[in-house]
Design a protein around this ligand. Structure first.
Ligand code: SAM
Ligand code: SF4
Length: 337
């Protein structure tokens, strides 16, 4: 029997989870993620759909078991279903345990069924508010009704849904109880994320947005009974069960709790740069290793192994002392959230 290879980093962490940003573009302009006037990459810089396939397949050959497609908004990339359809062969063969995506939900009416057909069973949908007017403010360009229709469509085809909420002081801090209740009623898991210092936002100040998840949890506990559950997804979330609804909440706390010791993931940008850590600048250009060798994946495999051998121990984000440390110049939409 052939042994399935695995990618192990210098801190003995097995890397079996790849997140891939397939575009830096988006149909929204969420104010904590992008500035209103973004300059996007020229389209010719992006990996083609065939190159994305080759790149992801190389990681799967090396032991990656979970693939999350993200962006930017992955579902606005032209022809993206061709890519999902081609990835479905890895799900069918059992090489890939999970093919999934993170989306703002705007295109799900159209894509929920094809995604299901390609083997996707779970989606993360980002939704920071249940208030129509607030939604328009937070996303700048988004339409709430369209996203709600998308969520309905995803649920209808049978996709399991996790709602991602970024905790934003002054924006959705008065809505957390409504969110917990709504997710409970609809049968959705909920993940609350601390805002991270990624990318220049123009006039917007990060510290004004930051709402610590310690405070979020304290607020939730004024109304709901939370029980810690030992759910380990290898990811950064700590999970609790809401006794009143039976729903789950995950807290992603890059700033108040360092989760790096169990990190199992790396991130590929839409231009083929591999980031070993969301919060460090270290990157490896895999595009060149791939393009320079059209007939063999061996140099690409070697480049991937070489990059993993330099995965850093962790990140240095810190908002303490009223200044931001560890800030990244790139936006989340570039590396993929
Ligand atoms: N467009 C898709 C979406 O919104 O789900 C996928 C890409 S988006 C960059 C992925 C996730 O990152 C979203 O849940 C978004 O809310 C989150 N995000 C974006 N900028 C962030 C930041 N500065 N800090 C924390 N989360 C952020
Ligand atoms: Fe677009 Fe997602 Fe960023 Fe919002 S969070 S601007 S939907 S990439």
């Amino acid at each position: 029997m052939t042994k399935i290879p695995s990618l192990i980093d210098p801190f003995e962490r097995t890397i079996d989870y790849l997140r891939v940003s397939v575009t830096d573009r988006c149909d929204f302009r969420c104010y904590y993620c992008m500035s209103e006037n973004m300059t996007f990459l020229p389209k010719k810089e992006l990996l083609s759909l065939e190159e994305l396939d080759r790149m992801c397949s190389a990681f799967i050959d090396l032991g990656v078991k979970k693939l999350r497609i993200t962006g930017g908004e992955p579902l606005v990339r032209k022809g993206i279903m061709t890519f999902f359809d081609s990835m479905s062969r890895h799900v069918a063969s059992g090489a890939l345990r999970e093919l999934t995506l993170t989306t703002n939900g705007s295109q799900l009416v159209r894509f929920a069924q094809p995604l299901w057909d390609a083997g996707v069973r779970r989606v993360n949908i980002s939704l920071d508010t249940l208030d129509d007017a607030k939604f328009a403010k937070i996303t700048r360009w988004g339409r709430f009704g369209q996203v709600m229709d998308g969520i309905d469509a995803a649920q209808k085809v049978g996709l399991a849904i996790k709602i991602n909420v970024v905790a934003l002081k002054g924006a959705n801090d008065d809505e957390i109880h409504t969110m917990v209740e709504w997710c409970g009623q609809r049968g959705f898991d909920l993940t609350v994320i601390e805002v991270m210092p990624m990318g220049d936002l123009g006039d917007t100040d990060r510290l004004d947005q930051y709402w610590s998840l310690k405070d979020v949890r304290t607020e939730i506990e004024t109304r709901w009974t939370l029980t810690d559950i030992p759910l380990n997804t290898g990811g950064p979330a700590r999970y609790v069960r809401v006794e009143e609804t039976g729903g789950r909440i995950g807290f992603i706390t890059p700033l108040t709790h360092n989760f790096c010791e169990s990190c199992n993931r790396v991130r590929l940008t839409c231009t083929g740069q591999l980031f070993m850590c969301l919060g460090q600048e270290d990157e490896t250009d895999l595009r060149a290793s791939m393009r320079d060798h059209p007939d063999s994946d061996l140099p690409l495999h070697a480049a991937i192994r070489g990059a993993i051998a330099h995965k850093p121990k962790g990140h240095d984000f810190d908002y303490s002392r009223q200044k931001i440390a560890g800030e990244m110049t790139r936006h989340m939409s570039h590396t993929g959230g």
